[in-house]
Structure formats: structure tokens, C-alpha cells
Design a protein around this ligand. Structure first.
Ligand SMILES: [Zn+2]
Ligand SMILES: [Zn+2]
Length: 298
């Protein structure tokens, strides 16, 4: 080996070694995969994988809305325990989907109650049976049909059911004093939604649900959304509810027009954007288009 090549090789080897060390160091001090963002002094959101979690400290214990997956809810529990020695008082599920409820299991033995809409509990049971995960679930022990309200600490928690939307068991969870509403998956912020027709979803009624929410809450309400597109927030205002309401409306109008024009389902779901709701980009447009087609031709 001549000297020049030798120098070059040893340079690359040293550089490679330094790089390896740097990566090792980076992974050692790696930031956690999850994020916590406080919305006020007592309440915050936790995001990692799955539907956004809302938590709030009260003097009677911690209340948590949704649980992502088992690993994620473990991260949340460990972190909240570090911050505060209060016990968990209540876990609420906005609806039954696994990205909101499979993390319930981490709360087994540490939360006295799990609360959800009656249909959501039924759906959790059906899904678990289908997926053979019955032993991995922690089911709601409390359910309600239209409205559920209770004071915990100084906060008043109210759950509302406004009929079918994303599923047939979606709760809107209102923290009255803080004026925060967890919408569950009733809002996909600038992201094409999943419409679970097998669990009784209705896009037409979803619009009504959003109208009722806009009427019930106010301009100062902070809304928490289950999901958002990259670059968009999982919290927002009534304006974001109106935008999503418009998206659902425009999707139904578009599909109805296509059906009337004699187009087949396969042709319709090939569309790449919804006229009048172009802000919704990215993957998964076929899901709401298929759901709209099925609902309109049922
Ligand atoms: Zn979800
Ligand atoms: Zn969902």
C-alpha cells in the first residue's frame, strides 16, 4: 500500500469510528419518542403512536382520556408518576379503536374506573373477540347513553354522545372549567379520515355531530383531535371543526355527483382530491370515498 492511500484509508477509518461513537452517544441521550404539551397548568396532551391522549390533574386524582397502545400508555403512566404522586382516578375512552384503547391494559389495577359510551364498550368486545385479544383488554366498567357529567376535584367532566359519526360510539369529552374538548376521532385535522362503517359510522350524521359540537361549545374552546396530517396540530379551534365539517360535506356532494354521472365505485375512489376541500392531502383518500359511496348507495 502506498503512503497516500494508507493515509486516506486511516482517515476514513478514524472518521468512521468517530461517527459510530457519535451515533452511540446520540442513542444514549436520545430524546424520548413521545411528547407532552401542556394546554394549561393542569391539563396536557401526550402524543407518540395512535390517537392523542389528554390528561388532567385534579386534587382527587388524574383523569386520562384515551390510552394509545400498551407501550405508549406505559410511557405516559411512568412520566405522570414522575411529575406527581397523585393516583389515577378515571380513564375515559373516546371510542373503541385499538389506537385509543389497547393501552387501557397498562392501567389495570391502578385506575378504579374506565368509562366509555355503551356502544363503544360493545365494539371493544366485538373487536377483541375478532382479534382474539380478549385477555389483553381492560374494558370500561362504566357506560352512559346520552350524557354523563361528574365533578372530579374542581373540574366538571361531561361526556356527550351526538349519534353516529366516525363509529356509532364516539364521545365528546368536555372539561368544563378548562374549556377543553377531546373530540376523539371525530376530527382528523387535514388528514383523510377512517370511517368505520362496520362499527356503524355515518358520514351524513358525522356532519350533524360536528354542528352540535360547534353549537354546544364556544369560540374559546380548545379542541383535541385524535389525528392530524404531518405539519398540522392535534389541537385547534371551532374553525378546524368547521373545516372538517366542510370536508365531509364536500366529499358527500362530490361522490353523489359522480354516482349521478354514472361512474362506478372503482372510478370514484380513484380521485386524488375532494373539490372544495383540497387542503386534505396525502394517503387514504379511498377510505372516505368508499364510505361515502356505500352510505349514499345503501
Ligand atoms: Zn384513531
Ligand atoms: Zn378511530
Amino acid at each position: 500500500m502506498n503512503r497516500k492511500i494508507f493515509i486516506r484509508n486511516s482517515f476514513f477509518t478514524t472518521a468512521g469510528l468517530l461517527l459510530a461513537q457519535k451515533n452511540l452517544l446520540a442513542s444514549f441521550f436520545q430524546e424520548p419518542a413521545w411528547k407532552i404539551k401542556m394546554l394549561n397548568k393542569e391539563s396536557g396532551i401526550f402524543t407518540e403512536k395512535g390517537g392523542t391522549i389528554l390528561f388532567t390533574y385534579t386534587k382527587d386524582g388524574i383523569v386520562v382520556v384515551d390510552a394509545e397502545f400498551p407501550e405508549q400508555s406505559k410511557h405516559l403512566i411512568d412520566e405522570l408518576k414522575k411529575q406527581n404522586d397523585q393516583p389515577f382516578q378515571l380513564l375515559i375512552n373516546t371510542h373503541h379503536h385499538g389506537d385509543h384503547t389497547s393501552g387501557n391494559i397498562s392501567f389495570k389495577g391502578i385506575v378504579p374506573h374506565v368509562l366509555a359510551h355503551a356502544n363503544s364498550k360493545t365494539n371493544q368486545g366485538i373487536s377483541a373477540q375478532k382479534n382474539k385479544t380478549e385477555d389483553k383488554q381492560l374494558y370500561p366498567d362504566q357506560t352512559y347513553t346520552y350524557t354523563w357529567c361528574q365533578n372530579i376535584g374542581k373540574e366538571n367532566f361531561c361526556l356527550y354522545y351526538f349519534g353516529a359519526g366516525h363509529t356509532n360510539g364516539d364521545s365528546l369529552v368536555h372539561l368544563e372549567k378548562a374549556n377543553i374538548v377531546h373530540m376523539g376521532d371525530l376530527v382528523f385535522n387535514r388528514r383523510h379520515p377512517f370511517v368505520d362503517r362496520s362499527a356503524g359510522a355515518s358520514m351524513k350524521n358525522w356532519i350533524t355531530v360536528l354542528d352540535k359540537a360547534i353549537e354546544k361549545f364556544n369560540k374559546k374552546t380548545t379542541y383535541v383531535f385524535g389525528h392530524a396530517a404531518d405539519g398540522y396540530e392535534v389541537t385547534g379551534t371551532a374553525e378546524d371543526l368547521k373545516a372538517f365539517r366542510n370536508y365531509l360535506d364536500k366529499t358527500l356532494v362530490f361522490v353523489e355527483g359522480e354516482i349521478k354521472a354514472g361512474k362506478s365505485k372503482d372510478e370514484i375512489i380513484k380521485a386524488t382530491s375532494i373539490p372544495g376541500a383540497e387542503e386534505w392531502k396525502g394517503d387514504g383518500i379511498d377510505r372516505p370515498l368508499t364510505a361515502a359511496y356505500e352510505e349514499l348507495s345503501a
